[in-house]
Design a protein around this ligand. Structure first.
Ligand SMILES: [Zn+2]
Length: 193
């Protein structure tokens, strides 16, 4: 029989984290485009889901091809893609806060794949951010500056020009809870380790 799951956070009931969510409106509208493989994440840890739970003005879309989504196309006017690389500008160096931020949720390769398939995303101005090494090692990150999606959103809100609130700290609280659940689960399966 399937384990009962929470309809809101989609986690098994004993590890539901809804009681920790302090939802807030972020300084920029947030869109997360999630690679289909992430929905079936083996560890049940998809941090994009956390952002969607906590951030009132966040939208989470699953898929690979977004080119034909006309609503999305018009929403992207004035949006910036948060994606590292040569073409990206450091968010902290901006004088004006971006209105809309787009994040790609997937493995490194999965995110690159989405970008290659969607010219409308590839054409967006790109932003990047400086952050300490990820504390949340849900998966092996290919480079130390790679972070989970929830951390990426956290750091962008933290570095936002003219930032006036700390509400986004809730994202780290939720991540801490995930890590604690994961540590408990692995201790239960490896009592020696
Ligand atoms: Zn829940």
């Amino acid at each position: 029989m399937a384990r009962p799951t929470c309809p809101s956070c989609h986690r098994a009931l004993p590890v539901c984290l809804c009681h920790l969510v302090k939802s807030f409106t972020a300084a920029a509208e947030i869109l997360i485009l999630r690679h289909p493989r992430e929905q079936r994440s083996r560890l049940g840890v998809n941090t994009a889901q956390l952002v969607a739970l906590a951030v009132k003005n966040c939208r989470l879309l699953d898929g690979l091809d977004f080119e034909r989504d006309l609503k999305l196309r018009s929403w992207l006017t004035g949006a910036c893609l948060v994606y590292p690389g040569r073409l990206a500008v450091d968010l902290a160096s901006q004088t004006e806060a971006p209105r809309r931020l787009v994040f790609l949720d997937g493995s490194w390769r999965g995110a690159a794949h989405i970008l290659r398939r969607n010219d409308l995303l590839a054409r967006l101005p790109r932003l990047t951010f400086q952050a300490p090494a990820s504390r949340y090692l849900f998966r092996r990150q290919p480079r130390p500056e790679c972070t989970s999606t929830a951390e990426a959103v956290y750091w962008c809100l933290e570095k936002m020009p003219g930032r006036s609130s700390q509400e986004h700290a809730n994202l780290l609280e939720l991540l801490d809870y995930l890590v604690a659940c994961q540590a408990r689960a692995s201790a239960a399966t490896n009592p020696e380790g």
